[in-house]
Design a protein around this ligand. Structure first.
Ligand code: 5RP
Length: 215
């Protein structure tokens, strides 16, 4: 699958505008995008990063990392996904970077999602849904998520997000109305963000292949 990820990541370069600040997601597919971005770094002003992991890779290539508060609205955000449905709604957060990813996606006019073919599904939920929670709310949030969804929340033990929080992965879901579920789960006290990107889905999905498919 890494070849498909590379092809998707490299194709996303077509969407980068000259003199822009580029929103950059997190993960192994995004790593290929960052490496390709490095080859045209003289054409951009810099990047807003969604994680310490991506920041390190961007800086390693000599790409300036800019605070979102200083960047203003972005024209483009490029990120991967764990699942993608036919409406370009996503499950994200396998890399525990979902909160910053969601913030940058919201700040961006265009969200280009880069995936390998295995990420495409008809109905979201086979991949356990990541939810970032404030540590003291872990048990409460888990009980309320179980009651609301019937899904089984599992604590991703040992993982601390870049924001100092914890992650619950909700197993056993079949998400027929992702917008409604995202809204409902966002109401639970202690939930920082939900790895459903349905209210703000991707605008473009690039599926890696020879050649890549642009949806
Ligand atoms: C990180 C994410 C990633 O985009 C998602 O996990 C996909 O990762 P990869 O490109 O490594 O398959 O949401 O929080």
């Amino acid at each position: 699958m890494s070849e498909a990820k590379r092809l998707a990541g490299e194709k996303a370069i077509d969407f980068v505008e000259d003199d822009s600040i580029v929103g950059v997601g997190t993960g192994s597919t995004v790593a290929y995008f960052i490496d390709a971005l490095a080859r045209i770094k003289h054409r951009i002003r810099g990047a807003v990063s969604s994680s310490e992991q991506s920041t390190e890779r961007l800086r390693g290539h000599g790409i300036e990392v800019i605070d979102l508060n200083h960047a203003g609205p972005l024209t483009l955000y490029v990120d991967g996904a764990d699942e993608c449905d036919p409406h370009k709604r996503l499950i994200k957060g396998g890399g525990a970077a979902l909160t910053r990813e969601k913030i940058i996606a919201e700040a961006s006019a265009k969200f280009v999602c880069i995936v390998d073919p295995s990420k495409r599904v008809d109905v979201l939920g086979r991949f356990p849904l990541p939810i970032e929670v404030i540590p003291m709310a872990r048990s409460l949030a888990a009980r309320e998520i179980l009651a609301a969804t019937g899904g089984q929340p599992v604590w991703r033990e040992g993982v601390v997000t870049d924001n100092g929080n914890w992650v619950l992965d909700v197993h056993g879901l079949s998400i027929v109305d992702p917008v409604a579920l995202e809204r409902e789960l966002n109401q639970i006290p202690g939930v920082v963000s939900v790895g459903l990107f349905a209210r703000r889905p991707a605008d473009v999905v690039i599926v890696g292949g020879e050649p890549p498919t642009v949806l």
